[in-house]
Design a protein around this ligand. Structure first.
Ligand SMILES: Nc1nc2c(ncn2[C@@H]2O[C@H](COP(=O)(O)OP(=O)(O)OP(=O)(O)O)[C@@H](O)[C@H]2O)c(=O)[nH]1
Ligand SMILES: [Mg+2]
Ligand SMILES: [Zn+2]
Length: 486
């Protein structure tokens, strides 16, 4: 008989066929051939002996969650709490497209937005609709129900985005726990995570725990490009047939930016193919109206506020009113990237913990208690970074590289602004890049000092670029766009 595997708990596979369920084992030959039946697999099974005899060819296969034959993915995208992330949405769209699964976007928590934010999200929604995606709001329940027929659908999206909440609304008898981190569909207690397919509105649906580490593994740059679907509409007008839409002349995609192609889509594309980096804007260079200007920056497309803290001992300068700055950035949404150029590292870490920064970086040269301090920062759920001055070689920090989250290469002498990028920094960045690759380490590489539109090319193996006066001396928005090549 033919059926579909709808559930798997250890060695038992529940096969559904003609609305009946059979708990089967897999035949020994599967194990021998290293074939693992997946939920979603269509199979031939022996209803008497309760054995799966053969798996039919899969149309799609996901590793995480492990499901076969999924043909539709609902990307549950929250507008707030967690904040809307175009990066995550574009990443999921691109990867899902690549896997030959049809993505459907579903926005949640629009009720938490103010008028201005609502307006912005509506524009976003129209863009994704315009380029051909089905987009729902989680309030459009009746419409959503109609989209499951004859499909195997997976729900995906950030933890807390509202997947379980929506599934409960669709089918209250599921009674899924909400507001809990990573609850899979399984009711009751089980430690092994399993996926289960559930019949709903003429199709099958799998709930999956919220995941954060979906990746482009296996995808080439060209694959990423080809799965930004709206690019395909314009690429025939690029001068080069194999245009990557980066630095080529006469590129239609670049011409369409701000017109028919959304800047954030293109920017995410560049990030995904690693041609664009995270931007950490150094705010100490802001000379006037600091509060107002930080607020302005907060609404622009940057990844971090880079905050340099100097104590007058480790470096000669002191940071102007850093307690004041702390207050100003505290309620801004942009993540904080704290760079301590201080001797008494511990004291300053303690001073900044309550700001909940993303990263705290201290100097290798400032202390001997590296490991202790790294662990101390990490214990507070903050990324721990180590920084080296221009005269400190990478060799010195080799033993710390498997434990730090970030290495900050100073490409000028710390403590003074407006210096020129030191050429040798490029060698250090590349060395760190190679060490990371060889050892499969996870640290990010950040570079700070003398970075502008030209020197950023030297730092192409870094992940985070700290930019100061190049942006803060000018019209921020324009300079950020120019810097990013938009
Ligand atoms: N205001 C508002 N809250 C929502 C909405 N949708 C979900 N929530 C709330 O958001 C919280 C998280 O929702 P869940 O459904 O548990 O999120 P999830 O995507 O299943 O999260 P994981 O299971 O961790 O992956 C819950 O407290 C929900 O009540 C919505 O549209 N508006
Ligand atoms: Mg959930
Ligand atoms: Zn092009």
């Amino acid at each position: 008989m033919q059926g579909i595997i709808i559930k798997n708990i250890s060695n038992d596979y529940v096969v559904e066929s003609n609305e009946k369920q059979y708990t089967c084992k897999a035949r020994g030959k599967f194990k021998k051939d290293k074939i693992i039946p997946l939920v979603g697999d269509k199979c031939i099974f022996d209803e008497e002996k309760k054995y799966i005899i053969e798996l039919l060819p899969r149309s799609t296969e996901l590793v995480r969650p492990p499901v076969a034959n999924i043909n539709q993915a609902f990307i549950i995208t929250s507008a707030k709490e967690p904040d809307y992330s175009s990066n995550l949405l574009d990443k999921l769209l691109c990867i899902i497209e690549y896997n030959n699964i049809t993505p459907v976007i579903c926005f949640t928590k629009l009720d938490l937005l103010n008028e201005e934010e609502k307006q912005k999200i509506e524009e976003t929604i129209s863009y994704y609709k315009k380029i051909g995606y089905k987009v729902f709001k989680n309030t459009e329940i009746e419409e959503i129900k109609k989209s499951f027929k004859e499909k195997i659908t997976v729900f995906t999206g950030q933890s807390g985005a509202g997947k379980s909440t929506l599934l409960n609304k669709l089918n209250p008898s599921l009674n899924l726990k909400t507001n809990e981190i990573s609850q899979a569909l399984g009711r009751g207690k089980h430690t092994t995570r399993h996926v289960e397919l559930i019949e709903m509105y003429g199709g099958l649906i799998a709930d999956t725990p919220g995941f954060s580490s979906i990746s482009f593994i296996g995808m080439k740059d060209e694959d990423i490009r080809d799965n930004f679907i709206e690019f395909n509409e314009y690429r025939e007008f690029c001068e080069y047939k194999d245009c990557m839409h980066i630095s080529e002349t006469d590129c239609e995609i670049k011409r369409q930016l701000g017109k028919n192609i959304l800047d954030s889509r293109y920017e995410n594309y560049l990030k995904f193919i690693k041609r664009w980096k995270m931007l950490s804007v150094s705010i100490l260079g802001i000379k006037e109206k600091i509060k107002k200007n930080i607020k302005k920056l907060d609404n622009l497309n940057i990844d971090f506020f880079h905050i340099d803290i100097m104590d007058g001992i480790f470096v000669e300068n002191t940071t102007w009113e850093y307690k004041e700055i702390k207050k100003i950035v505290k309620h801004r949404k942009t993540k904080k990237d704290i760079h301590l150029m201080v001797k008494d590292v511990k004291k300053y870490i303690d001073d900044f913990i309550n700001l909940k920064p993303e990263i705290i970086t201290f100097h290798y040269e400032a202390t001997d208690n590296h490991i202790e301090l790294i662990n101390y920062i990490k214990r507070h759920n903050i990324k721990a970074g180590i920084s080296i001055k221009p005269n400190t070689e990478v060799e010195k920090i080799k033993e710390l590289l498997n434990m730090v989250d970030l290495v900050l290469v100073m490409s000028v002498e710390p403590g003074k602004g407006g210096q020129k990028y030191i050429d040798n920094s490029t060698n250090k960045i590349n060395e760190l890049y190679n060490i990371r690759k060889e050892n499969n380490y996870k640290y990010l590489i950040e570079v700070d000092g003398g970075i502008n539109k030209e020197t950023k090319e030297y730092a192409k193996n870094a992940d985070i670029l700290v930019v100061g006066s190049y942006i803060t001396n000018n019209n921020y928005e324009e300079k950020i766009k120019e810097f990013k090549g938009l």
